[in-house]
Design a protein around this ligand. Structure first.
Ligand code: BGC
Length: 491
């Protein structure tokens, strides 16, 4: 869930550029070209292909809702896995004791301890540590990945201050393990990995019980801890947000990857083979897997084909932080190759996959200077090109097209879930509020993305939006996982 927005680019102003010979060459070429290139066919076509007018968005929302129903009916019934999470009870506020959260799902993993003090004292103490995962571990073996995690967990626990955290005698330390990949849960504390997403490709793990992998590594590190709850980050967000607000019904992640989890009525889940069909349970939609009626362009198709999971998670590849920068890069590259941009040379960096990241788009879209200085600096620092004003404007247009499509499609997904909840519960009809808990760096740090998402909600929901609150609940998934460990404690 950790989209890297953290290391801002060094952005010298355009005025501080040295006029290298490369720049002079470039200027001559672009001057030659600029007479002949007043239009930009690649961009025009791209904008047309990415368009998501309201009726189109409505189709997307309906198609997501159809796939939700299909996935609830039978396993594999639709694009959305609609995973049963075995979380029937969300936190009540009464949880007490010391619990841990381990969060693996992106380029960082986090470990947290939480001392819970029940209804009155709530969170008495909490401490956390974030550790970045070396790239090679994301594509290595499960022993390497989980060995690394267990080692960091062991050193975190070793540093624990007994004055702040107290484990009751006779108890093992219990963990809520947030594992933010599609997992087929077999119980609240076990589940097998369906597939990797977000650039992870650890060998031999698909089909394996992820808790068993963690247990093995913890044992090897002499850690006597037990996983009491295995949860997705969407579930963790929903649970963490519910701790402070009882109207929270949906947890949405818009970060490196994307997902949504929500409270469903058991009677609306035909595939749930339990005797009791009353009450509610949390469904992990894995909506990133949605693939129908999406405005796919040639750039999306090419990016997908080159990804470690071709043909999968196509919605995620259109709306989440890992991919937006890469789509823009691909469009710019083609504009460059057809001489709509950057003169007649193709910058090497522009040919490098994932060189342009979503955080760079965000920086460029935040530029309010008349001559788009920040855009110029980002292009110079990241892609090593010197762009004239018309080129900078075009680059911003490409960013905006990709971000607009992403934000609006994400909005359509949220509408699909809100309408499903409404269908089953008639909450809004009876005047009740529904809160959507949002988390993830893309949502948090990209204002234009948020605005486009909001536009989609307004267009599709109209007046009904007055019953809905979209809330940014930053980093609550760790707390949520610890709370679920408490709810599912064996003691
Ligand atoms: C995974 C989800 C996860 C989401 C956000 C997706 O790639 O499939 O399980 O919740 O990323 O982290």
């Amino acid at each position: 869930m950790s989209l890297m927005f953290s290391s801002p680019v060094v952005t010298p102003t355009i005025g501080s550029f040295t006029f290298s010979s490369r720049r002079s060459n470039y200027i001559v070429m672009s001057a030659v070209r600029s007479n002949s290139a007043s239009t930009c066919p690649v961009l025009t076509k791209f904008q047309k292909d990415c368009a998501t007018p309201t009726p189109y968005l409505r189709n997307v929302a309906n198609a997501i809702a159809d796939d939700m129903r299909a996935g609830l009916a039978v396993e594999g019934g639709g694009d959305l896995d609609m995973i049963l999470t075995y979380v029937d009870a969300l936190p009540s506020g009464n949880e007490e004791g010391l619990f841990y959260a381990l969060d693996l799902g992106g380029t960082n993993f986090r470990v947290r301890s939480v001392q819970l003090g029940g209804k009155k004292k709530r969170v008495v103490a909490t401490e956390s540590e974030q550790i970045s995962i070396p790239q090679k571990l994301m594509i290595g073996t499960s022993e390497e990945l989980f060995g690394f995690i267990a080692a960091k967990l062991a050193s975190f626990v070793a540093k624990e201050k007994p004055s702040r955290f107290r484990l009751e005698e006779g108890r093992k330390r219990e963990i809520g393990f947030t594992f933010s990949f599609p997992v087929k849960q077999t119980s609240i504390d076990s589940g097998t990995l369906i597939k990797w997403t977000k650039g992870f490709k650890v060998s031999g793990m698909e089909g394996k019980n992820v808790v068993a992998c963690l247990n093995k590594a913890m044992e090897a590190h002499g850690l006597d801890m037990r996983v009491s709850a295995l949860v997705n980050d969407g579930v963790g967000t929903l649970a963490g947000a519910r701790y402070s607000e009882e109207d929270v019904m949906i947890g949405v992640i818009l970060g490196t990857g994307t997902n949504a989890c929500y409270v469903e009525q058991k009677h609306a889940i035909p595939k749930l083979q339990s005797k009791s069909s009353s009450g509610t349970t949390i469904i992990n939609t894995e909506w990133g897997g949605f693939s129908k009626v999406l405005p796919k362009t040639i750039f999306d198709q090419e990016m997908d084909a080159k990804s470690p999971n071709p043909g999968e998670h196509l919605y995620e590849k259109m709306i989440s932080g890992m991919y937006l920068g890469e789509i823009v890069r691909r469009v710019l590259l083609q504009m460059c190759e057809t001489s709509d941009l950057f003169g007649q040379f193709v910058p090497v960096k522009l040919s490098t996959p994932f060189e342009l990241r979503t955080e760079h788009l965000c920086e460029m879209q935040a530029d309010t200077t008349d001559d788009l200085q920040t855009v110029g600096s980002v292009l110079y620092n990241i892609l090593e090109v010197e762009a004239n004003l018309q080129e900078r404007r075009r680059v911003v247009e490409v960013c905006d097209t990709v971000v607009k499509r992403g934000g609006r499609l994400a909005g359509a997904g949220i509408v699909a879930i809100l309408e499903k909840i409404e269908k089953e519960t008639k909450r809004m009809g009876s005047g009740k509020r529904t809160v959507v808990a949002m988390d993830g760096a893309l949502y948090e740090k990209y204002p234009q993305y948020r605005e486009y998402m909001q536009d989609a909600l307004v267009e599709l929901l109209g007046d009904k939006l007055s019953h809905i609150a979209i809330k940014h609940t930053k980093d609550v998934s760790g707390l949520g996982a610890a709370l679920l460990a408490a709810t599912n404690s064996i003691y």
